[in-house]
Design a protein around this ligand. Structure first.
Ligand code: NDP
Length: 257
């Protein structure tokens, strides 16, 4: 795996916490000698914390570029790519991980703002990033080369009451991913999706607007996955030989039906 990552540049969105943070650390641990990691999110302080953690764990063989970026803002996304220093432009792997749930309510009561935030982040944000990075992949020979790994959710396959907006957003991610994969068949651009089940991160706290009791109740009586579990799957997916595409992966904790 380390050999397959050597010399590569990897971009992880939503790397300031949870699955994205763990994914950044897992890439660094897997290829500690020769790797570039571009880490993006809105909380730049947290990204700098992740960069410091990587430096502490693996030293300076892994170069880290933390960048404040709101994926839902197309202008910011365009400026981000245009403004990348030369040595950071040759991106090989895009992990579209940034996402959130808001507006847990029955459909008639869902707040309009929550609908916009969820869709503009999970769906439009992921598409913004993909469109911005794809020209880099498409410039490579034989129709292009690179990896796109989208973090979807089991919620995109199995809807539940009160989750309509989030579930619909992740179903949209799934459809977008499948269309893109088909468009790029027979190129060396792999389009892959990983759908986690319950993972204990800041996700539930944000989903319930900071209500810790409600967030904790999600995990009562069960053992959720850890962000490191998903990070291992992301890195495994990114480090198979080029002709092997792990197109679609569901990752559940053992208790989750
Ligand atoms: P966290 O809340 O810990 O992480 C979410 C990340 O997304 C943060 O780094 C956050 O950074 C970033 N983010 C949110 N909005 C934006 C935005 N507009 N622009 C840029 N970055 C943004 O939750 P998870 O790690 O659990 O979530 C990661 C992904 O996993 C999400 O796509 C989520 O839907 C998915 N998922 C999570 C599951 C779970 O049970 N936890 C289950 C299935 C899927 P910042 O706030 O700094 O911008």
């Amino acid at each position: 795996a380390a050999k397959r990552l050597a010399g590569k540049t990897i971009l992880v969105t939503g790397a300031s916490s949870g699955i994205g943070r763990s994914t950044a650390l897992e890439f660094a641990r897997t290829s500690p000698q020769d790797l570039r990691l571009i880490l993006t999110a809105r909380r730049i302080d947290s990204l700098c914390g992740v960069a410091a953690q990587i430096a502490k764990e693996v030293g300076d063989g892994v170069k880290v570029l933390p960048v404040k970026l709101d994926v839902s803002n197309p202008d910011e996304v365009r400026d981000f790519v245009g403004g990348l220093p030369e040595e950071w432009r040759d991106i090989n792997v895009l992990v579209n991980n940034a996402g959130l749930a808001k507006g847990v309510a029955r459909a008639p009561e869902i707040d309009e703002q929550d609908i916009n935030v969820v869709f503009s982040t999970n769906v439009t944000g992921l598409i913004n990033m993909t469109q911005a990075i794809m020209p880099i992949f498409l410039k490579r020979p034989d129709g292009g080369q690179g990896d796109i790994i989208n973090v979807g959710s089991i919620a995109g396959r199995e809807a539940y009451p009160g989750g309509s907006i989030y579930c619909a957003s992740k179903a949209a991610v799934r459809s977008f991913t499948e269309s893109l994969r088909m468009e790029l068949i027979a190129t060396r651009i792999r389009v892959m999706e990983i759908d986690p089940g319950q993972v204990e991160t800041e996700f539930s706290l944000i989903r319930f607007s900071g209500d810790k009791a409600k967030a904790d109740a999600v995990y009562a009586g069960c053992e959720p996955l850890t962000p490191d579990d998903i990070a291992e799957v992301v890195v495994f997916t990114a480090t198979r030989r080029e002709n092997l595409v792990i197109a679609d992966t569901m990752v559940y904790p053992n208790h989750q039906a």
